[in-house]
Write a protein that binds this ligand. Sequence first.
Ligand SMILES: [Zn+2]
Ligand SMILES: [Zn+2]
Length: 246
Amino acid sequence: MRCQPRYKGPVYIWSKNKQPCLLCDETADGISPVCTACETELPWLGDHCQTCALPLPAAGLTCGHCLKQPPAFEQVITPWTYSFPVDSLITRFKHNAKWPFGRLLAELLAQYLQHRFEDDLERPDLLIPVPLANRRLRQRGFNQAAMLAQWLGTSLDIPCDERLLLRTQDTDAQQALNAEARRKNLRNAFALAPGAVVKGQHLALVDDVLTTGATAQALARLLMDTGAARVDVYCLARTPKPGETP
Ligand SMILES: [Zn+2]
Ligand SMILES: [Zn+2]
C-alpha cells in the first residue's frame, strides 16, 4: 500500500520557466528554485565532525562522542545547520504540509549529494527513509522522511524502499527516560520488514533533521547487524549540541 501523497504541482514548472525565487520572490536564475543570493545565505554547515556532522571549531576532526563510541553508520551527510531559514522551511513542510518547501529542500540536498558523489562519496545502492511512529503518521498523514527519500531517489536515480524498516513501537515518551533506557527503548523500536534482505548492501538512511543521532544509530545498528555492508545518513540539517549556537 502506498500512503505517501503524490505531489506533482509547481515543482516541475521550475525547469520550464523563469520562476520567482521560492524564498524572496526575485527571479531565480537558471533552473534553480532559489536565487543565488538566497542560496548563498542558507546556513551551510561549516567545519564538522567527520562522522556525525556535529558542528566543530576546526576542519577534519572527529567529535569526542564518535571517538569514544564509533557509531554504526559510516557518516552523516548534510548541507545545513538547523537554523534560519532552513528550520522554518522544515517546520512548514512537516507541520503545515507545505510540500513545495520540502520539495525545494530535497532538490537542493540532491544537488549537494550529486556534487559529493562526483567528489569522493560512494553512491549507495538504496535509500531508506526513517520510519515514522504510527501515531505520528496518523496525526500528520504523511512521513516527511519518506517524501524526502522519494524525491532524492528520483533526482539522483537511486532506488528508495520505504517499506524495508518498520517502527514496531512508538517512542514518543522518550523524554522521560535516561540515556541508557532511551537507547534500549530505541533498539527495540524498529525491525526489518519480513523477507527484507540488506546483506552486502550500501544503504543510506534519509531523515529531515539529525538531532542526537540516536535514532540513526539504532537503525544503522539494526541494518549492520542484519548484514548491510555500509550505512550512511542523509539529512537536511544538523542541530548543534544543546545550548550551543551553530
Ligand atoms: Zn531569493
Ligand atoms: Zn561525531
